[in-house]
Design a binder for this molecule. Structure first.
Ligand code: BYC
Length: 326
């Protein structure tokens, strides 16, 4: 709990709005965490619910491209690794839905918003995973981008989100390494295996760069989220960091990143790289990517099939409450 939380809680019940707002701003300025029972501006609450819900949905939908490959993993070891990874993603979704509930959101409502297209999830999961090399590339690049984006969120100003992110990042880092290790193994295999890896890199590279969000000049939320220290870096800063981190990894692996404009710029001390196809990203976020319909249909089917479990759990809880009250 932040040092300010107890006094804030007291003033929350009795304070005037300007005094509460001032205290909120002080918490942010001192780099302390805002906690669930602290007063917060409604826009801050709405922003946190939006970002955390989108993040939770991404974890849950993100189970699908890899989940498809569990039964087709080439060895028991690869199957065990993939199973563990996909289970971790379910866990991440659950911590994040819980974090969202601390803001007053309702989990059933969030799921409803996802399956009716009223809330977003990461564009990356609307691309198909065509070969087992994609399992390696998703680990290396998708989870690598996730680590790059999420490590700074461990210092995000909303306490439950920042704390959830610490564990999530530890697990994402394992996910990234298992992907890289799988690719290293394939790259030391046959010419056909090496070609599969290169093909997967070619298909995933640009969509991975979209994971960091629209360019700063078009990002509607960055300025306010940076001011509130929800985000610690802009979308473009993190995209650049990811490119710089990934280029030497690609060299060590022996693959080519599919960007003719990618080169080291000694003046900037960073890599220059080509422009992402932002129209493609807009299309995918708007629901028109290669797998959007399939992903949502599968999520809806799983939700519908789980209705009896939720009903049974609710009936059991009601019975227990009734017995306790009797
Ligand atoms: N796809 O103003 P902006 C994982 C939305 S899971 C779709 O820059 P913000 C994994 C954005 O939300 C990884 N939508 O927004 C799981 C906003 O929406 P609204 C998921 C996108 O929030 C399983 C609008 O566009 N990671 O790693 O300041 C297996 C304007 O953008 C995307 C997270 O969720 C996108 N790529 O910044 C393997 C990280 N980009 O306002 C791996 C947490 C943007 O129209 N989230 N939008 O509703 C964040 O860090 C930030 O929300 C973002 C966007 C950097 C993504």
């Amino acid at each position: 709990m932040s040092q300010d939380s107890v006094p804030m809680l007291r003033s929350y019940t009795g304070g005037t709005e300007p005094a509460l707002a001032e205290q909120f701003e002080r918490t942010i300025a001192r780099d302390q965490r805002v906690e669930p029972r602290d007063w917060m501006p409604e826009k801050f609450r709405a922003t946190m619910i939006r970002q955390i819900a989108q993040h939770a949905h991404s974890e849950i939908i993100g189970m699908q491209p890899e989940g498809n490959w569990i039964t087709r993993a080439p060895s028991l070891r690869r199957k065990a690794i993939l199973l563990a990874k996909v289970q971790d993603e379910a866990g991440h979704g659950l911590y994040l839905y819980s974090a969202c509930e601390t803001l007053g959101a309702d989990r059933t409502d969030l799921t409803e918003r996802l399956i009716t297209g009223r809330q977003k999830y990461s564009s990356i999961f609307n691309y198909p995973a065509l070969t087992f090399a994609d399992m390696g590339v998703i680990g290396w690049l998708v989870d690598g981008a996730a680590v790059c984006n999420q490590v700074p969120l461990c210092r995000s100003s909303y306490g439950p989100y920042a704390r959830a992110m610490i564990r999530i990042c530890k697990e994402e880092s394992f996910h990234q390494r298992q992907g890289y290790e799988l690719l290293m193994t394939m790259m030391s295999g046959t010419a056909g295996q090496r070609a599969m890896v290169q093909d997967a890199v070619d298909r995933w590279w640009w969509p991975v760069l979209m994971m960091f969000g629209p360019p700063d000049r078009e990002s509607a939320n960055t300025a306010q989220s940076m001011a509130w220290k929800i985000k610690r870096h802009t979308n473009d800063e993190l995209r650049q960091r990811f490119v710089d981190m990934t280029v030497p990894q690609a060299e060590a692996l022996g693959v080519t990143l599919p960007d003719p404009d990618l080169r080291w710029n000694p003046e900037r001390g960073a890599h220059d790289f080509g422009e992402v196809d932002w129209d493609e990203m807009k299309q995918v976020v708007a629901g028109n990517g290669p797998c959007n319909a399939e992903r949502i249909a599968q999520r809806k089917a799983a939700h519908d099939e789980g209705a009896w479990v939720r009903e049974a759990a609710a009936a059991r809880a009601a019975k227990t409450r009734k017995e306790a009250a009797a």
